[in-house]
Design a protein around this ligand. Structure first.
Ligand code: GLN
Length: 492
């Protein structure tokens, strides 16, 4: 599969027909989708019509855009007018988006071909895609394992080589963790760099949309397209963002911190080995890597309780709009209250109900100060510790996920074990920082043998371009990531 940038360059040069690109992507989808179940919906006619319109644009000599002819799949919580928007939930079954999200507008304006709606954990709550009401997605490296989550459908689609680019959304790790488990690149922008207009809200102070790509340079290209001011999202920052695709991919003199606070016994030894090798690659290329002693990010290990209190509180408020009156199906009861109860009780899945209960509890009178407010205070401490570290360092490095792709069903009976998947990704979300996961090889031994490992790089707020430039530099130093058999690689 070609990278997004080479597809766009060739389409722009008139060397590649967008109709042929779309046809090929759809035939890869037909061949590989049964193994991974990455998609909830594909509107083939729409894709082909748009590809033809684009071909005409090229033919007429109009600029077809920076993503001309690139097939891009969107997580099914990102609105595109007239298309499905289930958020992986029965409560939005059959619902069609009445308007288009900012990110989809930007992609279409640059000539991308929106191809399919990808599977996710219900309302993006989960780390394995097993919480989807429409069946779990599977990891393209080993279909008895999870692709991670909640953007598991997007990561599986890219990891299986169906499309070069998909968008995911992240609240606590849902772009980077599935990217790591599927052997592809995933990027979460600085909070406020990408508009949330048209994203189904989960934790509004945490949610960001970002790219999942087969090639690190494509993450930079797509970030440049979707990032930018948007008055329709009041938390979207004004002004320009520096280009990540044009930022110099050079790590000479770059100061990288490897904080001991990030790593505990739960991190798999073979994951750690790949990450230390990755650090050696960066050092070889001129970066200055330093292990930072325990205590500098002393509150990072509290990220899991803090994240679950904050995100569930916000989710409880955000999900109150799904009452059977305004969106999706309704389960009638005898009274209005019964109707609410029946609709929400029967159409929300168990994990979503758990989060609503937890959030409602944490926000309730008498408990608010002890839980919600306390969590916000610790969140602030985590932010400050990062700020202090970024006075001395340019980037922070760590594994993305404590472990590789686990087996389907392994953690479904134990919500807390599932929550621990976010141990290493939640800190950057709480602090609003940009962070990428890039593939750094396969685990050689142990329970995740032969499965991909992700290297996580976190930057200071607003340094998205630097984080992505380092990911590009890392990939060009190390070479293209290993690909699974389904992708067409030989590494499996
Ligand atoms: N696993 C985390 C959760 O379940 C993260 C989800 C996300 O980032 N959307 O909340």
């Amino acid at each position: 599969m070609l990278s997004a940038s080479s597809i766009a360059n060739r389409v722009r040069a008139g060397e590649l027909d967008p109709v042929a690109v779309a046809t090929e992507a759809l035939s890869r989808l037909d061949a590989r989708e049964p193994a991974v179940h990455a998609y909830l919906h594909v509107d083939r006619e729409d894709v082909m019509q748009r590809a033809e319109a684009l071909a005409q644009r090229v033919h007429r000599g109009d600029d077809p855009g920076r993503l001309a002819g690139v097939p891009v799949s969107l997580k099914d919580n990102i609105a595109v007018k007239g298309q499905t928007l289930t958020a992986g939930s029965r409560i939005l079954e059959g619902y069609r988006a009445p308007y288009t999200s900012h990110v989809a507008e930007r992609l279409q304006a640059e000539g991308a071909l929106l191809l399919g709606r990808t599977n996710l954990d219900e309302f993006a709550m989960g780390a394995s895609t097993e919480n989807s009401a429409y069946g779990a997605s599977r990891n393209p490296w080993d279909t008895s394992r999870v692709p991670g989550g909640s953007s598991g459908g997007s990561a599986a689609a890219v990891g299986a080589g169906i499309v070069p680019v998909a968008l995911g959304s992240e609240t606590g790790g849902s772009i980077r963790q599935p990217a790591a488990l599927c052997g592809v690149t995933g990027f979460k922008p600085t909070y406020g760099h990408v508009s949330r207009y048209g994203l189904v809200a989960f934790g509004s102070s945490l949610d960001q949309i970002g790219p999942i790509t087969a090639h690190a340079e494509d993450a930079a290209l797509v970030y440049d397209v979707i990032a930018g001011a948007d008055p329709r999202d009041s938390t979207c920052l004004r002004g320009e963002r520096p280009s990540a695709a044009r930022a110099k991919a050079d790590v000479e003199g770059l100061r990288i911190a490897v904080p001991e606070d990030f790593v505990d016994d739960s991190v798999d030894a073979h994951v750690l080995m790949r990450v230390s090798e990755a650090m050696a690659v960066l050092e070889e290329a001129g970066a200055i890597v330093k292990v930072v002693e325990r205590g500098r990010l002393a509150h990072a290990p509290l990220s899991i309780p803090v994240y679950y209190l904050v995100s569930s509180s916000e989710a409880a408020a955000n999900l109150s709009r799904f009452d059977g009156m305004r969106y999706g199906p309704r389960h009638e009861g005898d009274t209005l209250l019964d109707t609410y109860r029946a609709t929400r009780g029967e159409l929300f899945g168990p994990e979503v109900r758990r989060r609503i209960m937890l959030g409602t509890f944490a926000l309730s009178a008498g408990y608010h100060d002890a839980w919600y407010r306390k969590a916000l205070q610790v969140r602030r401490l985590i932010q400050r510790e990062f700020e202090a570290l970024f006075e001395e360092f340019d980037l922070v490095a760590a594994p993305t996920s404590p472990f590789g792709a686990f087996s389907m069903g392994e953690k479904t009976d134990d919500p807390y074990a599932m929550y621990l998947c976010d141990l290493l990704t939640a800190p950057a979300c709480l602090a609003g920082l940009p962070s990428v996961s890039v593939p750094c090889g396969l685990s050689k031994r142990g329970p995740y043998k032969g499965l991909p490992v992700g290297l996580q790089l976190i930057g200071a707020a607003g340094e998205d371009h630097r984080v992505l430039a380092t990911a590009r530099a890392f990939e060009s130093e190390r070479g293209e990531p290993e690909r699974c058999e389904l992708f067409g690689g030989s590494a499996a």
